[in-house]
Design a protein around this ligand. Structure first.
Ligand code: SF4
Length: 387
């Protein structure tokens, strides 16, 4: 008999499922807490649920993680997982600890259709959207695995960034229930300010997100003018910079933060010249948009034909923006020894030649969070970021 993976549901969805079983909403809330707050997947463990409900769940439902293909742990504490999503596809999630903050970078699609020039994921093409349960499963697994791995009882992941593989706003209907689960006090209880959706600029969906589930917004800008952005982020041909910034302005009316973060990947000789910084300053001044810039060192990969900007040029670019009154940060590289930036491990898997055999060979851990044991595998070569 086919069973339903309960990770597919936000609380309203789970309540509707329970209603079909003849159960009241408070039972769904109890179940939701067991799954997300305690990491339980065995209904027999859920001792405050009626035995009759546990028996019904055992025949109709399951709580199922994504199989882990590999797990890489960096010397700086960053951990990267490659998850099997079937048919030779894999997606990545990365945990980045920093002080009292623990950030999980989550994927929304297997591959990506946007095809940004500097992105390893984009070069792989698009396979399919992840389901809600596959997005939520990355957080469910990581949170409960990390609690055990780090021997902690309290919450480990304080921030989620939808900056892994894929364009989250091109998988909107699956994304929103997963975001709601992240925010729900009966699940992970994350602050809206600490859940960030990063988009390459799907303008209509920025408006919908503002109305349906406003969280922090990051926009992958990467260029100060349309001709250059058309080349680097092909979606710009559909939604040019002026339209994108207008959507950002509208979003600010709903956003939990009073600024938009603009991501800007620094590409040697392409978008990192003084005139590009000046154009960005003019863009921000002319639109008056409240924003901050995050400059990202590019991790080169052969198919891109692009190189990382030298550090002095990145710092000079940052200074030009800062001197103009724009809050600017330069992203630290984390987990370099494990290829923590997004794309290449999954890209390797996406090469479908004997994919199943190679994935079987690479499968180092297939874990249930509660019983998980860490497994280190040898570091992979450095690669580029995804979204
Ligand atoms: S940067 Fe983001 S939107 Fe662009 S190809 Fe990569 S995953 Fe897709």
């Amino acid at each position: 008999m086919t069973t339903v993976n309960l990770l597919e549901f936000d609380l309203d969805g789970l309540a509707a499922f329970c209603e079909k079983l003849g159960e009241k909403r408070f039972r769904a809330t109890q179940l939701f807490r067991w799954i997300h707050q305690r990491g339980a997947s065995d209904f027999a463990q859920m001792t405050d649920l009626a035995k009759s409900l546990r028996e019904k769940l055992a025949t109709t439902a399951r709580v199922e993680a994504l199989p882990v293909i590999t797990q890489h742990e960096s010397t700086d504490g960053t951990i990267k997982w490659l998850f099997d999503v079937g048919d030779g596809n894999a997606v990545e999630a990365v945990f980045i600890p920093e002080g009292d903050r623990g950030t999980l970078c989550v994927s929304s699609q297997a591959g990506c259709a946007v095809g940004c020039r500097f992105c390893s994921t984009g070069h792989q093409g698009f396979s399919r959207n992840l389901r809600t349960g596959e997005i939520t499963a990355q957080l469910w697994f990581a949170e409960h695995f990390l609690r055990q791995h780090l021997k902690r009882d309290d919450r480990v992941i304080s921030n989620v960034v939808m900056m892994g593989m894929g364009e989250p706003l091109q998988n909107y209907s699956a994304l929103v229930p997963s975001l709601r689960t992240m925010l729900d006090d009966n699940a992970y209880g994350l602050s809206r300010r600490r859940v960030t959706v990063s988009t390459s600029g799907v303008v209509p969906m920025i408006d919908r997100l503002g109305a349906d589930c406003p969280v922090a917004l990051a926009v992958s800008l990467h260029a100060p003018n349309d001709p250059l952005r058309d080349d680097l982020v092909p979606l710009n041909r559909k939604y040019p910079i002026a339209e994108l910034l207008e959507a950002c302005q509208r979003y600010l009316a709903h956003a939990p933060r009073d600024f938009i973060t603009f991501e800007y990947c620094m590409l040697d000789g392409v978008n990192d010249q003084p005139e590009h910084a000046q154009q960005l300053v003019e863009l921000v001044r002319s639109t008056g948009i409240s924003c901050k810039f995050n400059l990202i060192p590019f991790n080169p990969f052969p198919a891109s034909g692009l190189l990382r900007s030298p550090q002095p040029r990145v710092l000079a670019f940052a200074k030009a923006l800062s001197d103009a009154g724009i809050v600017t940060t330069v992203r630290k590289t984390r987990g370099d020894d494990i290829d923590a930036a997004c794309g290449q491990l999954a890209g390797d898997v996406k090469d479908r030649t004997h994919a199943a055999e190679r994935m079987a060979q690479r499968r180092t851990v297939v874990l249930h969070p509660v019983r998980a044991t860490a497994s280190k595998v040898s570091p992979a070569p450095p690669v580029t970021q995804g979204h």
